[in-house]
Design a protein around this ligand. Structure first.
Ligand SMILES: [Zn+2]
Length: 446
């Protein structure tokens, strides 16, 4: 099986019209399931006047109300405790608890049954297979196995494929690097922030060159970084490995992945998920490539706490061309380009934090970390950007600063107050980074 190109040769090469038929059929099923088993959803749907038998065509799906994270937050803590009445199975069928990381507010609980967990693992098997994981791989997983879903399903999927898995659990970063070297691990998974930080630790604190280790591929998730070209390049150069992006979420599932062809975007696993892109102002569904909107997503097979037309707030756009790898599922161009909550107007200009990341990581002589603070004094917005200069570039600060300012102006149309700091002075993050602060929002919330 190792020489097989696709994890599921049938579903991954289905003609588009067959994928649409399959999605409609599966949507009808999951919508009926949800309507019949979740009191929370049934009330929402009755209020909107939509019943399962009303969904006859693809277009009818747009009649189904969307669900936001805040709605899920509101029902939890109630009966059946602690999940609330969106739970579609008896409480005793729940086999695992997870919760969202809470980067955008109070965490949301996520119950899964054993069947849902097998589904999670299957979703990840598509991802890993597409990124070249095979039974001969020895996969090191450096994350703190805990209440967050993170790379749990990646671990199970690697086992399912037949790889050998090394759980890097509570080891610290140095011990993890030593273990990779000792066992000659060939692949690993982590957030772009953590994987970059690991490389820094290896170089600066252990005198180990990570590109000389045996890691040949890295699967990233949790942040947009692996789809930001300059960050991807830093990751790949640091480790001498191919770096792939993947996007997923606790309340959704593992819905997209970059394949070995690295086409500048990610496949949506369309046999298992229905992705719709909605215009951010009008809510109109965008079918054509090249227009950004926010994602609404349905996990077509998830049962315990369903994900039906979930408003994820991820900003994405369809790519114009199919992928060269032969998979027929559509690509989203440049991965997830940001979150609808994060894209903000500064001095009247729309700013996506990932655009700043792309510039900073593209300037030679700068470290990987940076920090952005947007503030307002009187009626004027200001953006402060702190970056770190590498020891070997210390005497070129002025040159670096002017290149940075030029590139930022070019890419984002804004002016920044740049502060160049010494190496390792900015905060380091273990899992997901918080590099962008908008003090205007915090002030308006007070
Ligand atoms: Zn592909």
């Amino acid at each position: 099986m190792s020489d097989q190109k696709f994890w599921n040769p049938v579903l991954e090469t289905l003609p588009l019209e067959k994928i649409r038929q399959l999605q409609l059929k599966k949507f009808q099923n999951i919508f009926r399931w949800t309507y019949e088993h979740s009191k929370f959803h049934r009330q929402l749907y009755d209020h909107a006047g939509v019943k399962p038998e009303d969904i006859k065509s693809f277009h009818d799906i747009q009649r189904v109300p969307t669900v936001e994270k805040s709605m899920m937050r509101d029902i939890q803590g109630k009966d059946p405790f602690p999940y609330g009445d969106a739970l579609c199975v008896p409480l005793e069928d729940v086999t695992i608890f997870r919760q969202t990381s809470g980067t955008t507010g109070q965490p949301v609980y996520q119950p899964d049954t054993w069947q849902d967990w097998e589904w999670w693992t299957e979703c990840w098997s598509y991802i890993l297979w597409a990124q070249g994981y095979r039974p001969a791989d020895r996969v090191f997983i450096p994350f703190g196995y805990n209440i967050f879903v993170a790379f749990w399903a990646g671990h199970y999927a690697a086992e399912k494929i037949g790889c050998e898995v090394i759980p890097g659990g509570v080891l610290d970063t140095k011990a993890r690097i030593l273990k990779i070297r000792e066992l000659r691990a060939t692949a690993m998974m982590g957030t772009p922030t953590y994987i970059l930080g690991m490389a820094e630790t290896a170089r600066m604190k252990m005198d180990v060159d990570p590109s000389q280790l045996t890691i040949g591929k890295i699967t990233c998730a949790g942040e947009c970084g692996a789809s930001v070209p300059s960050t991807k390049k830093r990751l790949q150069d640091a480790w001498g490995a191919k770096v792939y992006d993947h996007a997923g979420a606790t309340e959704i599932g593992a819905w997209s992945f970059e394949c070995e062809d690295q086409p500048g975007g990610m496949h949506v696993n369309e046999a298992l998920f229905l992705v719709e892109i909605a215009d951010m102002e009008s809510g109109e569904i965008i079918e054509e490539p090249g227009r950004r909107g926010k994602m609404m997503i349905t996990a077509l097979d998830r049962q315990a706490q369903p994900c039906v037309r979930f408003d994820s707030k991820d900003v994405i756009e369809w790519a114009a061309e199919p992928c060269s790898c032969g998979r027929t599922s559509r690509l989203i161009k440049g991965g997830v380009v940001g979150r609808a909550d994060d894209i903000t107007k500064v001095k009247g200009v729309l700013l996506a934090p990932s655009a700043i990341e792309e510039v900073v990581r593209g300037v030679d002589g700068l470290g990987d970390e940076y920090e952005v603070v947007v503030d307002r004094v009187g009626d004027t917005d200001s953006i402060q950007l702190k970056v770190e200069v590498l020891p070997e570039a210390q005497d070129q600060c002025q040159l670096i600063e002017s290149e940075l300012a030029d590139q930022l102006r070019l890419k984002t149309n804004l002016r920044y107050d740049i502060e160049i700091c010494g190496c390792e002075t900015l905060p380091r993050y273990e899992v997901k980074a918080k590099r962008f602060k908008d003090l205007r929002k915090e002030k308006s919330e007070e």
